[in-house]
Design a binder for this molecule. Sequence first.
Ligand SMILES: Cc1cc2nc3c(=O)[nH]c(=O)nc-3n(C[C@H](O)[C@H](O)[C@H](O)COP(=O)(O)O)c2cc1C
Length: 211
Amino acid sequence: MDLRQVRKEYENRGLYEDDLASDPIDQFKIWYSEIEKVGYSEPNAMVLNTVDKNGSPSGRNVLLKEVREDGFVFFTNYESKKATDITTNEKVSLTFSWNELRRQVLVQGMAEKIPENESDEYWAMRPYESKIGSLVSNQSSMISTREELDTAFEIQELKWRGIEVPRPNHWGGYKVLPNLIEFWQGRQNRLHDRISYESTIEGWVFTRLSP
Ligand SMILES: Cc1cc2nc3c(=O)[nH]c(=O)nc-3n(C[C@H](O)[C@H](O)[C@H](O)COP(=O)(O)O)c2cc1C
């Protein structure tokens, strides 16, 4: 396998200042609707990067569940590694890789827990089995066998059948409030377009970056 020979020439779809929305969240929504239309699998998957108390970074996929005027919402376990990282350092980044359209979106911002009633609202929408899964998983902690997890699931699945499963305190949402959002469009000859929006006291200001 020689990955040095793997090279893809990108088509000429450009990103021009005149076409950009003044608010990057609006621009994000435009790009999101475009990647959805091409049938890209899980366009709402994003890599969430956090930094731990020693300054070591780690990234993992989470699913974007809501785009609000002021931020990006995802749900997780509040006792997981990522949540522990966020408790010590609220600064995070999100990376969307939308390769089908040769696009990437980077978000830098601060993560904060959303209000409990909003987590309840989304919890209520989740399938029964997903709720049981979240109930039994002490996400990021060590377990000795797969069977341990399956048995815990079976016990809780029987226990709660036909009853409304309450949202556990260890599960809920975070909102990432962005201070920087960069849109990257792949172009020919590696002369890609990069537009970076930065939050300033005058509002969002965008600049073009060299590829
Ligand atoms: C496509 C995809 C989507 C995922 N979505 C979520 C999610 O929305 N929330 C979540 O907690 N974990 C999600 N995961 C699992 C995480 O990547 C990760 O394994 C888990 O959250 C534990 O991360 P941590 O130990 O760093 O906290 C997803 C994984 C993949 C591959």
